[in-house]
Design a protein. Structure first.
Length: 526
């Protein structure tokens, strides 16, 4: 949901078409609007295929306009339905239209009781605020269902007298004839003609029983929403715990929260890119591309899904979060650009870089020794990263090159090259035409890009530094420790307590002490 789209995904439950197999009948008739109220006959039988994309593409304006068209008696396109053998009635086409009516009839715009239960009580702030805004716009511009369905046509003003009759009209349906394979083929054919299913969505549908896809869906919703892993028995709790742990590192804090200083390292969980980011993340951590996953058997017992999540968590918890091994990488230094946009390429490249360091523990030690200078060099040379992304095509196409740049800078620092020499080298990799200019804008108004750049600079410059490695850190994710340890007489007062990255505290500092090595010198003395 990159714009203010309304998440109505909870209002029509999902079910597996393949478990229905054959249809019990063809034409099951049209649907009364009033029968969409909770626990009425049609509402209880409605389902959408488990591979159906999330019902969150309509913004507030579209929702209001559609409800208004229903109350005014406009022609509504027929819903395409398929009747399963177990009596579930699957919506093959028209899930958004039907979900909007369900939202209106039941006063749940992604923030009501049904939605909260569906998402495990964990509704993102953005979704909650948009739901409330949508409800208010419906009330002001159209009217609530409870209000309009109780109009007395005999006494109502002329402009409202026809509303009850319009609401009494049946929702027209057309029914697909054939088994579940025919129903699935119909879904693809119809949806490709309207709003095309993008490449990532197509892959997730076709490979929906593979471990990587089940893991991606579990991560993106923090193991809430439709339970694609419900058949995995004893593995279910394990899968949910790992998925939630990964989600918390990737997508917390909620970037929509007003006044939030730090942003989530994987971008916004409700963005249009989120599912692709998580899918690509799993491709990196599992060492298998989407095409290679096609040759892997479907996950029948959850073991494969749990294994995928375990590998992903092992790398993700090194990047951020409250794990003792967390590097606590600063989101503005590594993942968010000066334009205010999240960089999927940079995020995935960091995952690869951390994965590479994890192959040999000493690489984390080397990185931490030079981390403060490494990050300042990257911040000063954002041109080089942008050039790679532009020239390679972005996303996964740029990952190897960005990761190689990280390795190169670290190697140059280890060889003893100076900051100016490394800056000059990185600048030489960027064509003159690709370099960022600082020419003043012609407009006196402050652009969105300027605001984002100023915010980023302010957050970075005001960020605390780790007392061990001297690199930037977010205090909320930092650990607090004694500079002079308690066993050596150190007190727990303000003069002896400092913040550090969790890895610096629990891994790097003990490593140096055990080997009698000094901690890194501060390259930024006051």
């Amino acid at each position: 949901m990159s714009k203010k789209t309304v998440n109505l995904d909870a209002l029509i439950p999902r079910a597996d078409l393949d478990r229905e197999m054959t249809q019990s009948a063809v034409d099951q008739g049209d649907i009364p609007v009033g029968d969409l109220a909770w626990n009425r006959l049609h509402q209880r039988l409605l389902r959408k295929p488990d591979f159906q994309r999330e019902t969150d593409d309509w913004d507030i304006e579209n929702v209001v306009a559609f409800i208004k068209s229903v109350t005014e008696g406009h022609l509504i396109p027929a819903l395409i339905m398929w009747q399963g053998a177990k009596s579930f009635r699957f919506v093959i086409d028209g899930a958004h239209r039907l979900s909007v009516l369900l939202a209106w009839v039941n006063d749940d715009y992604g923030d009501g009781d049904v939605s909260r239960k569906f998402f495990g009580g964990k509704i993102p702030q953005k979704q909650d605020l948009i739901g409330k805004a949508c409800r208010e716009q419906v009330r002001v511009q159209v009217g609530t269902y409870a209000e309009l369905s109780n109009i007395d046509s005999a006494t109502a003003p002329p402009e409202r007298a026809g509303i009850p009759a319009n609401l009494a009209r049946l929702l027209k349906t057309q029914w697909v004839t054939g088994n579940s394979d025919v129903a699935q083929a119909s879904f693809f054919a119809i949806n490709q003609r309207s709003v095309a299913i993008n490449e990532t969505e197509q892959y997730l549908i076709k490979a929906r029983k593979k471990a990587n896809v089940i893991a991606a869906r579990a991560i993106l919703r923090s193991a809430t929403g439709h339970v694609y892993w419900s058949a995995f028995g004893e593995k279910r709790a394990e899968i949910e715990a790992k998925a939630k742990a990964i989600y918390d590192v990737l997508f917390q804090p909620d970037s929509f929260a007003k006044g939030q200083q730090y942003l989530p390292i994987a971008g916004e969980a409700q963005s249009a890119n989120a599912l692709r980011i998580v899918t690509d993340l799993i491709a990196v951590t599992s060492g298998r591309s989407d095409k290679e996953w096609a040759d892997v058997d479907d996950d029948a017992d959850g073991i494969g899904t749990s294994r995928v999540l375990e590998k992903t968590l092992a790398i993700v918890k090194r990047i951020g979060g409250d794990n003792p091994a967390s590097l606590g990488l600063h989101p503005y230094v590594y993942f968010w650009g000066a334009s205010g946009n999240h960089s999927p390429s940079a995020f995935l490249a960091v995952v690869r870089f951390v994965q590479w360091m994890a192959q040999e523990e000493d690489r984390f030690v080397t990185f931490t020794n030079y981390r403060a200078r490494f990050e300042e060099i990257l911040s000063r040379n954002s041109d080089a990263l942008k050039h790679i992304s532009r020239s390679q095509g972005g996303w996964t196409k740029s990952v190897s090159k960005i990761m190689a740049l990280y390795q190169d800078v670290l190697a140059r620092l280890e060889r003893g090259e100076s900051n100016p020499d490394i800056d000059a080298y990185l600048a030489s990799t960027v064509p003159q035409t690709q370099r960022i200019t600082t020419e003043p804008e012609s407009s006196i108004s402050i652009s969105r890009g300027t605001k984002a750049a100023l915010r980023r600079r302010l957050v970075i410059e005001s960020s605390a530094r780790c007392w061990v490695c001297h690199a930037r850190m977010t205090v909320d994710d930092a650990s607090r420790e004694h500079v002079v340890k308690a066993e050596h007489g150190g007190l727990g007062n303000e003069d002896n307590i400092e913040h550090s990255h969790r890895y610096c505290n629990s891994g790097f500092r003990p490593y140096c002490e055990h080997r009698g090595l000094p901690l890194p010198a501060n390259p930024f003395p006051a």
